[in-house]
Design a protein around this ligand. Sequence first.
Ligand SMILES: Cc1cc2nc3c(=O)[nH]c(=O)nc-3n(C[C@H](O)[C@H](O)[C@H](O)COP(=O)(O)OP(=O)(O)OC[C@H]3O[C@@H](n4cnc5c(N)ncnc54)[C@H](O)[C@@H]3O)c2cc1C
Length: 445
Amino acid sequence: MEHITEPARPLPVITTVDVCVLGGSCTGVFAAIRAARMGCRVALVERLNCFGGTATAGMVNIWHSIHDTRFETQIIAGLTTETVERLERRQACIRRERNANAGFILNTEELKIELDEMVREHDIVPFLHTMAVAPIRVGERLSHVVIENKDGRQAIAARIFIDATGDGDLAAACAIPFIIEAHPQPPTTCARISGLQGLHIPTLWNRHRDEFAVPEDSGWNCEIPGSDTVRMHADTHVFGVDLSRADHLTFAEMEGRRLTRALMDMVRRHEPDRAQALCLMACASLIGIRETRRFSAVHRLTEAEVLHGVRFDDAIANGSYRVDVHHPRGGGYLFRYLDGTEVSITAAGRVHGRWRAEIAEDPTFYQIPYRCLLHEAVPNLIMSGRMIAADQPAFGAIRVMVNTNQTGEAAGVAAALACAGDCDPLAIDPQVLRHSLAQGGSIML
Ligand SMILES: Cc1cc2nc3c(=O)[nH]c(=O)nc-3n(C[C@H](O)[C@H](O)[C@H](O)COP(=O)(O)OP(=O)(O)OC[C@H]3O[C@@H](n4cnc5c(N)ncnc54)[C@H](O)[C@@H]3O)c2cc1C
């Protein structure tokens, strides 16, 4: 490949903050808020036109249970429950008690606006339509991050940086080791569609898919608060892509929309009675990415630690969502539960089994240790969200938003403690971190 050399040029340092958060999903927004509440000046950089990431731009509108698997103990609170309560005041959230599949169903357009409000209330310096493109390091430490937006190429200076980009763009640029699985969980273009209520889409899809040149598949869809007719559809997958690559990302965005159109056309042709009511209201402005890079860290969370409910002295998050790995082809999922059971779901049906023998007492929740967020190679960088260190099945559990939200909050509090103590995040006493998280509304068990 031919190369050219860009001429060197000075970059304006447009702001100097204590904490700079890259990526503005709930992970990033919650990190920014927790740091701001502890007195930090915080910048928040998001490449899209809104905060919320996969939940808003990607339209994914389910937050899972905040209780243990028996629904006896609440294990998650903090900004997850604060945000839910704010949405409930706007009738923008349905709360489902004792439901492991969907604890909260959100109107994610309302969430978008709520996150704007929360960023404003905390005097966070926001940058939308702004891409974090490169780190600047002095020795091992990050001194600045280079951003690009309508004003061109600029830099933000900070003491602590939080990578909440999902793909871990900053961590990758700092050469923190990562893996991308040969078969990462496939992405989905979500869509809001009216007129499909009650239709079993996998049956229709797999019966007629050859006519539309689409792969075997099986997904899900979900109601939207306040609407009787429009549902959020995640019925398709784009298989065999690595969305850390620009060319695959471009292909997947276009392919995801083609599959959405194929679904519409299939219904029109084979369910003609529905044609009148059928309407494609919106395609997500961002393909929903399940899995790209997963980074190394001081500790890598394993499936065994998740499914056996191992407790950690430096736990910063609790979860009860099952291991959920989407099949790399053919659609559907493998679920593994803390009670030792498992089920594989495909268009052909469900196959139930056990991944371990029965034991006297099943664990009811698992934990994420702080060490999964830190790598020694970059002492003033904290990772958060789906990029943190976990093996693929453990990742299948921790990747849901009630969990990623907590990693954001922990990153924000850790960053604030590091600023206050003039130390690196690795030097923070985990008990002080846990105490500060609890003081700010998180549940520490
Ligand atoms: C189709 C689908 C369905 C799912 N269903 C559920 C579900 O029902 N419930 C659930 O809880 N979870 C679900 N998940 C998983 C969950 O949504 C994600 O794992 C989670 O949202 C990841 O959060 P994150 O903050 O790590 O990353 P993301 O949500 O990917 O957020 C990363 C943010 O960083 C921004 N960004 C990226 N790179 C840069 C850059 N260089 N500069 C600036 N900004 C950048 C992005 O625009 C984005 O806003 C689903 C995922 C998918 C794809």
